[in-house]
Ligand binder design. Structure first.
Ligand code: TXA
Ligand code: MG
Length: 324
């Protein structure tokens, strides 16, 4: 075991917070069996105490420690997608602290697909409650530096595992009922799940437990953000220039104009590449003090569902609405 992992495990056993990389976004981890440690997560994030947390485990062999009455379809999904960006909502074991579940009878669990996270979890030999390592309502961090910028001193240690490969949060699937439901879309799509389940899952749930990622305004930068069709992007740019304002643009095409007031960042036209980079780019442009940020609206199909979900919430959270 590396000295770094050893130190992280010591801190976690002592009830401290350790931020760690996952394949989706960086997590802010605490010993999930220690309510006092879990309470520190809510304090550091400024997150409402009744929002439940995901328990990260090293492997499916730990599943029964946290969940009970695990249905066959949950085992099938775990087998197909773990380690990976899938969170299963299951009935909880009685020993899971209320601080983790928000007092609900269910618990969210996943095995993250990142070597450093798995090494940490194996060495810890337990579950780590970990939300995304950002302040409540902000954009999730995809590098260790993002975590430092945002949480700094409120974390005992930050493990650096490089930039996250997936880039947006896991798909959350409720498998407690007859009908399997996606509570939060992610890069594992309804089709991917359907192939394993033999039928497509439903979306959302009228009686949905609290999911903070489902708040309309979430994942938001501070700069006003607009999502615009490709042909409208350039009009928005000209409008900003006419007002002598600095504008940030995130789009797959190259910048067609040359002007130092335009901060243009090209992004992949493929969903996987787009997801990987979008949060870091939003953070970068947010920090540059642009009057506004424009993101070219991605295709509206199943491949892009999770990305469109996050972008819409980012727009709502930034308090800006502008056609497109
Ligand atoms: O990719 C991810 O899921 C990242 C990495 C760090 O694993 N984590 C993450 O955590 O996005 P967080 O706390 O930012 O979002 C987790 C979501 C929250 O919206 C929470 O309400 C929901 O999962 N959740 C957790 N337990 C739940 C439960 N028992 N029932 C319904 N939703 C639950
Ligand atoms: Mg979050």
């Amino acid at each position: 075991m590396s000295a770094e992992i050893e130190r992280a495990v010591e801190l976690l056993r002592a009830g401290e917070l350790v931020a760690f990389p996952t394949e989706t976004v960086y997590g802010l981890g605490a010993d999930a069996s220690n309510p006092a440690a879990v309470a520190k997560i809510f304090a550091a994030k400024g997150r409402p105490a009744d929002h439940p947390l995901i328990v990260h485990i090293p492997g499916v062999d730990h599943l029964d420690r946290w969940a009970r009455e695990i249905p066959e379809k949950a085992r099938a999904l775990a087998k197909a997608f773990w380690p990976g960006p899938l969170t299963l909502i299951l009935k909880r074991q009685p020993n899971v602290p209320d601080a983790v579940t928000g007092g609900q009878d269910t618990v969210g669990i996943r095995v993250p697909g990142h070597p450093l996270a798995l090494e940490l979890l194996r060495a810890f030999d337990g579950g780590l409650a970990a939300p995304s390592a950002n302040r409540f309502g902000h954009v999730s961090p995809t590098t260790a530096q993002h975590v430092r910028d945002e949480l700094g001193d409120s974390v005992a240690m930050i493990l650096d595992g490089g930039p996250c490969q997936v880039g947006i949060e896991s798909t959350i699937v409720d498998v407690t009922g007859e009908q399997t439901r996606i509570l939060r879309p992610g890069m594992i799509s309804a089709y991917d799940l359907g192939k394993v389940l033999g039928r497509l899952p439903g979306m959302g749930n009228d009686n949905a437990p609290r999911v903070s990622g489902s708040l309309a305004a979430h994942y938001a930068p501070a700069t006003p953000l607009a999502l615009l069709q490709p042909d409208v992007v350039i009009f928005a740019v000209r409008e900003s220039l006419a007002a002598n304002e600095r504008i940030g643009v995130i789009a797959p095409m190259a910048c067609p104009l040359s002007d130092e007031r335009i901060v243009w960042r090209q992004i992949s036209g493929e969903a996987a590449g787009f997801a990987q980079d979008i949060y870091a780019l939003l953070r970068e442009l947010d920090a540059l003090g642009c009057a506004r940020i424009v993101v070219q609206k991605p295709p509206q199909n199943e491949n892009w569902r999770a990305i469109n979900d996050r972008l819409q919430r980012a727009v709502a959270g930034s308090g800006f609405s502008f056609g497109g």
